[in-house]
Design a protein around this ligand. Structure first.
Ligand code: UDP
Length: 310
């Protein structure tokens, strides 16, 4: 296959490039580099099956030749980033997804949209099944991301039903691993960077809010299986092992041997979900997929990466 990966220089996009190349496909990565970085794909320079196009997909996308699949991963994804880039976040989810779908339609390509657990907002159902429609404040600070991704799902379904584009929707839950940006503000790089510097970890609020962290290789496996399946309804891909942010901080301190402990900060963004845990019954049934890497193993690999960049 010849695949276009938008957001291809980002954390997830770059791992997708690696996976598709390893499977023998040809990959075109596209990125405007506002949160992505060519460092993430530097190792692919010189690979004749790989090319990079510096482009913002909120503008018309032109690709010469055939395309078999479009994987739409372009978007700021960290709460801090989308607070700084609210208009770009809305535009890439809406206009960018529209352009990427238009390209898929024109090329008769399969299309996969990277959606998110954020479409469930601060959920009133726990764990979250794909049938749950969510609890999102459209004008809250996180609304720019949540509503852009909800719109992206809506337009993807519309292209599927109206234009018969062969689409996939993945709802990605918190994912971590090498190539996360050190300063992206999310809890994993924040805690690991603080631990490696011997500083106290900044737990926001009382730390009782929960998340369920999945290692990046598990996600990539799920994405690959979903694209290769014929399933067009949304699928959660995440690790159901849920923990409080306080427990997560303790795990990071233990793995890194950090003795500086924890400090509490009043920095929770309005609408910060109190709980988040994927129900992965559908992914298991449809894709035969479940996560393989536990937190200890995943964190060790991630800490190794951050040791090089801190
Ligand atoms: N968080 C924290 N300390 C930090 C960064 C984040 O306690 O230094 C908390 C944040 O308030 C949220 C959780 O960790 O409850 C996960 O935040 P993140 O920004 O990683 O992503 P989210 O899952 O909210 O999209």
């Amino acid at each position: 296959m010849r695949v276009l990966i938008t957001g291809g220089a980002g954390f997830l996009g770059s791992h997708l490039c690696d996976r598709f190349l390893a499977e023998g496909h040809t990959v075109i990565a596209m990125d405007n580099l506002i949160t992505g970085n060519t460092r993430n794909i530097a190792h692919l320079a010189g690979n004749q099956n790989f090319s990079f196009i510096h482009h913002d997909i909120t503008n018309y996308i032109y690709i010469n030749g055939s395309i078999d699949a479009v994987l739409n991963f372009a978007s700021p994804a960290s709460p801090i980033d989308y607070l700084k880039l609210p208009i770009q976040t809305l535009k890439v989810g809406a206009l960018g997804t529209h352009n990427a779908l238009g390209l898929a339609l024109a090329k008769n390509a399969r299309f996969l949209i990277a959606s998110t657990s954020e479409i469930y907002g601060d959920p009133l159902e726990h764990p979250q099944k794909e049938s749950y429609v969510g609890n999102v404040d459209p004008i809250g600070p996180r609304g720019v991301y949540d509503e852009a991704k909800r719109y992206a799902e809506a337009i993807t379904m519309a292209y599927h039903t109206f234009h018969k584009v062969d689409t996939r929707i993945v709802r990605i839950f918190n994912t971590y691993g090498p190539r996360m940006r050190l300063a992206d503000g999310r809890v994993v790089p924040n805690f690991i960077a603080q631990a490696l510097r011997g500083e106290a970890l900044t737990v926001y609020g009382d730390g009782a809010q929960t998340r369920s962290f999945q290692y990046v290789s598990d996600l990539i496996e799920g994405l690959y299986r979903l694209l290769m399946s014929d399933y067009t309804q949304p699928v959660n891909i995440g690790n159901p092992t849920e923990m409080t942010i306080l427990q997560f901080a303790e795990a990071v301190n233990e793995i890194t041997g950090n003795k500086a402990g924890i400090t509490y900060k009043d920095e929770r963004i309005k609408g910060d979900p109190q709980t988040r845990q994927p129900d992965i019954t559908r992914a298991k049934a449809v894709l035969g997929w479940e996560p393989k890497i536990n937190l200890h193993e995943g964190l060790q690999k991630t800490v190794e990466y951050f040791r090089e960049v801190v």
